[in-house]
Design a protein around this ligand. Structure first.
Ligand code: ADP
Length: 441
């Protein structure tokens, strides 16, 4: 090495720790954010997070700049904006400043990209594995160096959403009490695992979201995973369990195994009533096997860092055993948005687009009484498209009002009333009240 060249030193490996060890007791703020894995930027650390940092170091040593570099000087005081800027930069393909500078073989490039995969499951799982790859003893296939927001892949019969590192709760209008409760009962417990363990606390095993479609059950779960830096796995229950599909029991076990490996994980089971049907109403043998498997997996899964969220429009059809304490024990009715929440959904969706000055969100909310959240998102999309088609450069209040005037709520008041009746019936029959009642409605 020429004497004028800086000698690289590897320091701060004192920060490395196992995932189950406390992360509250060491100073995270001093770390260089470009070196931090996506989940570490959100305060969740594991061996794979450190291996990500080693991948960054390798790139830095080779090219003299950090990978996915972007100007963050303007975000000095705004940590959230800084994290978003870094994560946004990582959604672009990894740039190689000069491919001819070194004799970079395919294996080394693949090794770097694998170390810096956005999804922890795609990275090296141990330092040994990483070293073997560098030594060429372990062949590394060309991985995806970056993932696009919302990219999906098929695993274990369900769709796995790679962790999206977006705005988390900041994208969710309303739902304040639910956000607060999950922050303290789940996110803080995972972050301060050691103290929680001393006090005999783990995250709940499961939650149930129920209510009319299009009001944010899936959306909230995804945003919650972003906020917490958890992996997120979406499972459509009707794809894995029905009288016409065999092997549902094995698929359920596999989904939990994968979630355990990638913990902390939010496992979102959509249409959960299709999988854990009330056995007193249905007596299909294979379906009973699925209910049993699910219940067995659900017991204590919180201790393994898995939080199950079940979603349904039909809570009264779910097997009562699944609703007991220690299983899907917190139940939340996710209602259609009230006026304030509608205004906020308009604002959140419009803030990401070029808009005219002074949009009147309150008025838009008043014009959309009885609309559900999904309808409002659609109105904003249509307004954007109309603005584009008319070759205008900004979405205006007028265009938004025109689109609203041409639309109608996708769910009738009668249907909403039916859901409210189901809610009242369910609240009457459910076996266990939430530990703490929250004023979500
Ligand atoms: P569900 O799972 O209840 O059928 P979704 O979660 O798919 O409904 O919600 C539909 C869409 O409505 C979401 O993709 C999102 O754009 C929007 N949405 C729902 N709830 C909210 C919210 N609280 N804040 C912002 N947007 C929301």
């Amino acid at each position: 090495m020429a004497s004028s060249m800086a000698v690289p030193k590897i320091i701060d490996f004192g920060y490395a720790r196992y995932q189950h060890q406390s992360v509250s007791s060491f100073m995270k703020e001093g770390l260089n954010p470009f070196y931090l894995a996506p989940e570490a930027l959100n305060g969740v650390y594991s061996i794979q997070s450190d291996l990500f940092s080693v991948g960054v170091m390798l790139y830095h040593l080779l090219y003299g700049i950090v990978p996915y570099h972007t100007d963050i000087s303007k975000y000095k005081t705004d940590r959230n904006a800084l994290v978003s800027a870094i994560l946004d930069a990582r959604r672009h393909p990894l740039k190689l400043p000069n491919t001819t500078m070194f004799e970079m073989d395919e294996q080394l490039l693949n090794t770097m990209a694998k170390a810096m995969a956005m999804d922890r499951a795609d990275r090296f799982q141990s330092a040994d594995e990483f070293i073997q790859a560098i030594n060429g003893e372990l062949k590394v296939e060309s991985p995806k160096p970056t993932v696009d927001n919302g990219a999906t892949k098929q695993v274990g019969g369900g769709n796995v959403l790679l962790p999206k590192q977006g705005n988390g709760f900041a994208d969710v209008a309303g739902m304040t009490a639910l956000k607060q409760q999950l922050q303290s009962d789940v996110i803080d417990v995972i972050r301060d695992h050691e103290r929680a363990k001393e006090l005999g606390i783990s995250i709940p095993n499961g939650l149930l979201f129920y209510g009319p479609p299009g009001c944010g059950k899936t959306f909230f779960a995804e945003k919650f995973a972003e906020e917490a830096g958890f992996n997120y796995q979406y499972v459509k229950c009707s794809d894995i369990a029905s009288p016409y599909i065999h092997g549902g029991q094995g698929k359920i076990a596999k989904i939990f195994d994968e979630a355990r490996q990638n913990a902390p994980t939010i496992l979102f089971f959509d249409e959960i009533d299709a999988m854990i049907k009330d056995r007193s109403k249905h007596n299909n043998v294979s379906e009973a096997g699925e209910v049993n498997e699910f219940l067995a997996q659900l017991n204590n899964c919180g201790e393994d860092g898995i939080l199950v969220i079940g979603a349904t429009n039909q809570p009264t059809e779910i097997d009562a055993a699944a609703l007991r304490a220690g299983r899907l024990e917190f139940k939340y009715y996710i209602p259609q948005p009230d006026k304030e929440t509608r205004a906020s959904i308009f604002e959140i969706n419009l803030s990401k687009r070029k808009c005219d000055f002074g949009i009147d969100y309150d008025k838009l909310a008043s014009l959309t009484e009885n609309y559900i959240s999904a309808d409002i998102k659609l109105i904003v999309d249509k307004a954007g498209r109309r603005t584009f088609r008319h070759k205008l450069d900004k979405i205006t209040q007028q265009v938004l009002e025109e689109v609203i005037a041409e639309s109608k709520p996708s769910i009738s008041m009668e249907m909403i009333k039916q859901h409210e009746a189901i809610r009242d019936q369910f609240q009457g029959i459910k076996t266990e009240q939430p530990r703490r009642k929250i004023g979500f409605n």
